[in-house]
Ligand binder design. Structure first.
Ligand SMILES: [Zn+2]
Length: 139
């Protein structure tokens, strides 16, 4: 299997500080094993793995976080489904995503709640904004 790039976030159990690192591995299991091994090699017993996600997912999260800063000042499509389905009176009247700090349309808010119930989450890379980021740069 081909290696993929994974983003690992470690958190220090005493200071609460976080550190981000990368590992190359074909699967999440292998990435987790490597991340643990790397922490041990460095004698980092106080660091626990907080999260491991595909690198594309991290990039999508950064993109969405950047967009969230603009969101309050303009009328944009829903970043998750890409439809002009947002309440435009005030962005805060829309649903707050459970996946990132950004507002999404009510239909997407409901979908995310259902995903959590079914335990099957849509990755951030599948969001409309991650697939066509250039469309979100202009109003
Ligand atoms: Zn939506």
């Amino acid at each position: 299997m081909e290696n993929k790039s994974w983003t690992v976030v470690y958190r220090n159990r005493w200071t609460n500080q976080t550190v981000t690192a990368a590992v190359l591995a074909p699967t999440l299991e292998e990435a987790t094993r490597q991340a643990r091994a790397n922490a041990e090699v460095n004698g980092c017993k106080n660091w626990r793995i907080e999260s491991i996600e595909p690198h594309e997912e991290t990039l999508a999260r950064i993109l969405i976080t950047e967009f969230a800063k603009e969101q309050e000042g303009g009328h944009f499509a829903c970043p998750r489904c890409g439809k002009m389905a947002m309440d435009t009176e005030s962005v805060t009247r829309n649903a707050l995503s459970r996946r990132a700090t950004v507002y999404i349309c009510d239909a997407c808010g409901t979908e995310e709640a259902l995903e959590d119930m079914l335990g099957n989450r849509m990755p951030l890379v599948a969001w409309a904004i991650a697939q066509t980021p250039e469309l979100w740069r202009c109003e």
